[in-house]
Design a protein around this ligand. Structure first.
Ligand code: MV4
Length: 497
């Protein structure tokens, strides 16, 4: 392996370019018409144009990407996250073209793609799953029986799954028939598959995920990430470790995640998602068969470069993580900086980045994919960058993130920076008192609220502006008749006072 084509854009493409360079590999960027001068293109050793701005005709175009790899003389392909990262057919096409696929075996991607099939496999492997059906349900009779057995409330889910589409909470038997129907029609619309099943509803859970890494000899875990701070299934803040997980629970969840990965013959970096209930019971939800957006928090507390390990494992080399006892050191927090306006319902905004001041100093990492002058369009995901901090403990990490958020300045496009400032200043967040519904209960965090300090700053700015205006009102001494209206007379008198 010598030259890696990166089938992605933005911050993750740049992140992969950097890992390639540290591994002594050449990086080939691909770009759409909208990304011609993007940071990931400028950082790469070569770049290939793959099509127009529309993702379906560029970053999702399998034939064009493989053609680009051949054109550039690449011998491997890294998919990043999103786009084609979890398409088994893309992995197979890459391998069929004689290229190294930097990801798990296509069979492992497929095994985890079907939610009820994955549930059955996990159950066989001894991984805890939410009590419920392990096959699609198409009749109200068995559905009522199963719901009674696991106990209400229950949740109806789409077999094809993902993103919370086709999900319905059912509190009693009367609600079940309608929920099955609406969930099925929603699933058909979203996934082209009307299959649904049901599970016991886990109340007030946290979303905790375990990082796994597997080479040809062994599978290990690198602890948990706390991902409960999310809005409509979009994560906004992640941390490692989780304040809800102690050493014992980490080993239980870690062992479950390793079993899950081993059950599907996993290789490379992957993540097992769990629901963690307030009583410390945990349940496997799904496995993400890719590098994830939030991987840096794990890197910072475990001292492991996950993307470099992906490259090594794909090249058939052993991972550099030493066997034996691994434990997290300190605390890491990541804030996703997006071009979404919290005061406007988190709607994506557009514009040209007119000014960008990137935070720095001790313990601060900026994984960004945009630069001053870049146009933010609606073609791609709204995430502009990830601001990540490390500190010896959680309170210090929060203080460091608040300091970094004060340093950050982005002009020209609306961002969620103010939301992050309010969240990190919030006593409930600071106490670690969070679950997946935290942001639903706190619409106030989306609204700009001036702090006492900001009110003082605005008052000082207004006073300085007024003073400046008064100083500039100089009397007109020429003899002409301009400026002889009442307002000007008044201004002259004020300025002469
Ligand atoms: C659940 C659940 C509660 N109980 N299953 C949402 C997306 C899908 N991957 C699984 N999801 C959930 N499944 C049971 N039995 C709550 C959620 C859920 C959720 C999970 C993780 C992160 C954010 C979430 C937001 C809403 C609901």
């Amino acid at each position: 392996m010598q030259r890696v084509l990166i089938a992605n854009r933005g911050e993750i493409a740049l992140r992969i370019v950097r890992a390639c360079h540290e591994e002594g590999l050449e990086a080939v960027a691909v770009y759409s018409a909208a990304d011609r001068s993007s940071p990931h293109v400028r950082a790469a050793d070569r770049a290939v144009a793959i099509g127009p701005a529309s993702p379906t005709r560029s970053y999702l175009n399998i034939e064009r990407l493989i053609e680009a790899a051949h054109e550039a003389g690449a011998d491997a392909v890294h998919p990043g996250y999103g786009f084609l990262a979890e398409r088994a057919a893309f992995a197979e096409a890459v391998e069929a073209a004689g290229l190294v696929w930097i990801g798990p075996p296509p069979s492992a991607i497929r095994a985890m793609g079907d939610k009820t099939a994955a549930r059955r496999r996990m159950q066989q492997a001894g991984v805890p799953i939410v009590p419920g059906a392990s096959a699609p349900i198409d009749d109200i009779g068995p559905a009522l029986g199963l719901a009674r057995e696991v106990g209400y409330p229950v949740m109806v889910k789409a077999t094809a799954g993902g993103g919370g589409k086709g999900m319905r909470v059912v509190r009693n038997p009367d609600e079940l028939p309608a929920a099955l129907e609406t969930a099925a029609s929603e699933a058909l619309k979203a996934f082209g598959d009307a299959g649904v099943y049901l599970e016991k509803l886990i109340v007030r859970p946290r979303h905790v995920e375990i990082q796994v890494l597997a080479d040809d000899r062994r599978t290990i875990h690198l602890g948990e990430r706390e991902c409960s701070i999310q809005r409509r299934h979009q994560k906004l803040v992640e941390e490692a470790p989780s304040s809800a997980v102690d050493l014992e629970l980490r080993e239980w969840m870690g062992a479950a995640a390793v079993s899950a990965a081993e059950a599907v013959g996993y290789r490379g970096a992957g993540t097992c998602e769990f629901l963690l209930a307030p009583d410390r019971s945990f349940y496997f939800l799904e496995m993400n068969t890719r590098i994830q957006v939030e991987h840096p928090v794990t890197e910072l507390v475990y001292g492991v470069d996950l993307v470099r390990e992906q490259l090594r494992i794909a090249a058939g080399e052993p991972m550099r993580v030493h066997p034996g006892w691994l434990s997290p050191r300190g605390w890491a927090i990541e804030c996703r900086i997006t071009s979404e306006d919290p005061a406007n319902g988190f709607l994506p905004s557009t514009g040209r980045i007119a000014y960008l001041r990137i935070p720095g100093g001790p313990g601060v990492r900026w994984d960004g994919g945009v630069d001053v002058g870049d146009e933010i369009t609606l073609y791609y995901d709204s995430m502009l960058a990830k601001l990540i901090v490390w500190a010896p403990d959680r309170p210090q990490a929060i203080r460091r993130m608040r300091r970094a958020l004060e340093e950050l300045a982005i002009l020209g496009v609306a961002t969620n920076q103010g939301f992050h400032r309010r969240l990190l200043a919030d006593p409930a967040f600071q106490a670690g008192d969070i679950d997946i519904q935290f942001l639903d209960r706190r619409p106030d965090l989306a609204q700009p609220q001036l702090t006492d300090g900001e009110v003082a700053q605005i008052a000082v700015a207004a006073a300085l502006a007024e003073d400046e205006a008064r100083r500039s009102r100089r009397p007109v001494v020429s003899g002409d008749d301009r400026g002889s209206d009442a307002w000007t007379e008044r201004a002259r008198r004020e300025a002469l006072r």
